[in-house]
Design a protein around this ligand. Structure first.
Ligand code: PRP
Length: 215
C-alpha cells in the first residue's frame, strides 16, 4: 500500500506536528535531516510528508494529491473548506483581531471605514455579521503599517502576543475569532483510507488529550 501523504505547513506548524509524530512513535529522522528536500518519508515508510505554504496545503488536500494536511484555521477561514476538518491540534494558537491606532474611535461616524488585511474573506464576513459596510484593501504582509501611513482606518490581522500592535501604537478594538492548527483530510481519502487515517487521528487525539491533562 502506498504511504498516506500528509502536507504540513512549513515552519512552526511543521515542527509542532513532527514533535507529535515522534511522541506517538513514528520515526521522523528524514524530516529532521531534510536540508532543502520537500518530500520525506516518516514512520518507516508508513507516511510521506510534503512541506508547503499554508494556502498550498489546502490546495494539495482539496485536489486529493495529499490525503491529510496540517494548516491554521486562519487559512481555512480565508480559503473555505471543501475538505474535512478532523482535529483541532491545539498549537499555533492566536486570534484574528480588528485593530486601529491607539485612541481612534473606530465606530464613530457613518462613512464606510477602510480596512487593510491579508484576509479579505474573513474581514468581509466579520463586517457582514455586523451589517457594516467597509472597504477592504488586500495587503500581503506587515499589515500594521497601513493605518500608520493613512491607507486604512483599521486592520484585521493575526494577533499572537500583541507585541507588534503595541510596538506600533495600535490597539485591539474587537477579537474576531480564535485560531489554531487543524488536521484536515481529503474527503475521498477519508472514505478510501478510513482505517489508516482514523488510526493516526486517534493516536494524535489521545496524545493531545493526555498532554492537556498533564499541563
Ligand atoms: C503575524 C501577524 C502580525 C504578527 C502578530 O505576522 O500578521 O503581524 O505576526 O504577532 P504578535 O502579536 O506576536 O506580535 P508575520 O510575522 O507572520 O509577518 P507578516 O505580517 O509579514 O505576514
Amino acid at each position: 500500500m502506498k504511504p498516506l501523504r500528509i502536507a504540513l505547513t512549513k515552519g512552526r506548524l511543521e515542527k509542532n506536528t513532527i514533535e507529535i509524530f515522534e511522541k506517538i512513535g513514528y520515526n521522523c529522522d528524514e524530516v529532521r535531516n531534510k536540508g532543502r528536500r520537500l518530500i520525506m518519508n516518516i514512520g518507516d515508510g508508513k507516511f510521506e510528508v510534503v512541506l508547503a505554504k499554508a494556502a498550498d496545503v489546502i490546495t494539495y488536500v482539496e485536489h486529493g494529491v495529499c490525503d491529510l494536511g496540517v494548516v491554521g484555521k486562519d487559512t481555512i477561514l480565508e480559503k473555505g473548506n471543501s475538505f474535512y476538518e478532523l482535529l483541532d491540534l491545539g498549537f499555533g494558537k492566536c486570534k484574528f483581531a480588528l485593530a486601529c491606532k491607539d485612541g481612534y474611535d473606530f465606530y464613530h461616524g457613518y462613512g464606510a471605514k477602510t480596512i487593510a488585511t491579508k484576509y479579505p474573506e474573513v474581514t468581509r464576513t466579520f463586517f457582514e455579521g455586523k451589517n457594516m459596510d467597509v472597504r477592504v484593501i488586500k495587503i500581503e504582509g506587515s499589515v500594521e503599517l497601513a493605518p500608520l501611513v493613512g491607507l486604512s482606518d483599521g486592520i484585521v490581522d493575526i494577533v499572537e502576543t500583541g507585541s507588534t500592535l503595541k510596538a506600533n501604537n495600535l490597539s485591539v478594538i474587537e477579537y474576531v475569532t480564535d485560531i489554531s492548527a487543524r488536521l484536515i483530510a481529503n474527503t475521498a481519502s477519508l472514505k478510501l483510507r478510513k482505517n489508516e487515517i482514523e488510526e493516526l487521528a486517534l493516536k494524535m487525539e489521545a496524545y493531545l488529550n493526555d498532554n492537556n491533562r498533564k499541563s
